[in-house]
Every structure is written in C-alpha cells, then in structure tokens.
Design a protein around this ligand. Sequence first.
Ligand SMILES: CC(C)(COP(=O)(O)OP(=O)(O)OC[C@H]1O[C@@H](n2cnc3c(N)ncnc32)[C@H](O)[C@@H]1OP(=O)(O)O)[C@@H](O)C(=O)NCCC(=O)NCCS
Length: 181
Amino acid sequence: MTPPSSNPSTFTLRDGTPITLRLMVEADLPGLEWEGEYSHFRQLYREHYESACSGNMLIWVAVSPTGKIVGQVFLLLMARQPEVADGIHRAYLFSFRIRPEHRNQGLGSFMLSFVDVELKKRGFTSIRLNVARANSQARKLYERHGYHLIGPDPGVWRYIDNNGQWQTVREPAWKMQKKLD
Ligand SMILES: CC(C)(COP(=O)(O)OP(=O)(O)OC[C@H]1O[C@@H](n2cnc3c(N)ncnc32)[C@H](O)[C@@H]1OP(=O)(O)O)[C@@H](O)C(=O)NCCC(=O)NCCS
C-alpha cells in the first residue's frame, strides 16, 4: 500500500519555530497517540491510515523540527453515506487538533486553508464536518473560515479501543458545511 502524495507546506509559530504540514506516513502512527492521551484510538488510526493508502482519505500531520507531531487533520474523501463524502465533490473533515501549547497562533487556521486548497486541486466543491455542541470556540473558528450550520447530529459513533473493547462515543454535534469556490 502506498500513501497518497502532496507537497509539504510550512507554518511559522510565534517563536520562529517552523512547523511542517505533510501527509502522514506509517511511522507517524505512534506519534498520533501523543503521550498516551490518544492510545485508545490506536486501531482506528491504523484503519484510517490504511484507508488513506487506498485513496479514501487524506491525513495531514503538523510536525515540529524535532519530528514531534503537534497537529493533525483527517479528511474522508469517500464515505458509506455519499451525503457525507462522495469521493468526487464532497469531503468530510474530522480529528482536527493541535497540541495545547501551539494553539492560538494561527496554525489551525493555516491547516483549514491548506485543506481547502488541497481539496480544490482534487476537484472537490464542498467540505463538511461535525463540531461538538459544547465546542463553541471551534465553531467560531469554522464560521470565520466560511462554514455554516446545516443541522444537528446526535454524534453517536463506535470504535474498538487498544484493548479490543467496543467503545461508544456520545457527543451531540452540529453539522457544518462550506462550499469551496
Ligand atoms: C480547534 C483547534 C484545532 C484550533 O487550532 P488553533 O491553532 O488554536 O487555531 P487558530 O490559532 O488558527 O485560531 C484559534 C484562535 O486563535 C486566534 N489566532 C489566530 N491567529 C493568531 C495569531 N497569529 N496570534 C494570536 N491568536 C491568533 C484566532 O483568532 C482564534 O481565536 P478565537 O478564540 O476567537 O477562535 C485547536 O484549538 C484544538 O486543537 N482544539 C482541541 C481539539 C478541537 O476542539 N478540535 C476541533 C474538533 S471539531
């Protein structure tokens, strides 16, 4: 399996540290767990990586000069429900996060703009995401980036954790969408 390709891009933090935004490779998988905070998603991340290798997803990581993963954004290009992502026009953004010490410096905005450009290059015309109803800061950020609310979502989904146990996430959300022009 081969991961997709795309040119890396660089963002400079307030203290001058350059952060490289590039497509994820297999060796990044442990780094996505941070220091254990996201180990429960180990199996899910592997599945997403494999999905990226088969062309259904794009996963970008933001990497510091020491190689530490400081941010990530996942894009589903093709989903089981075409209204979410249809592989041609519509994509779905999720698992977007930045390490707390690097937030509020514009890196998140840079990543959102980068994703728009990369999707447009691939011919996509709209992007959708879910934001937790409690996450008003992220919702504001998305609104500034041109997303608008399209409705509520119960935000219930399941995954198998690193101990092989099914887990259920219940996080009521808003569905948001943006047209790429
Ligand atoms: C959501 C998230 C990815 C945003 O990343 P970020 O790098 O902090 O985003 P930005 O810095 O571009 O924007 C965040 C704020 O910083 C401000 N900002 C942007 N550039 C700035 C700069 N150069 N200097 C200071 N502040 C800046 C923005 O105006 C924005 O302000 P707001 O509080 O009014 O929204 C990050 O907060 C995060 O990881 N949160 C936890 C996970 C999460 O909620 N993910 C979203 C799931 S839907």
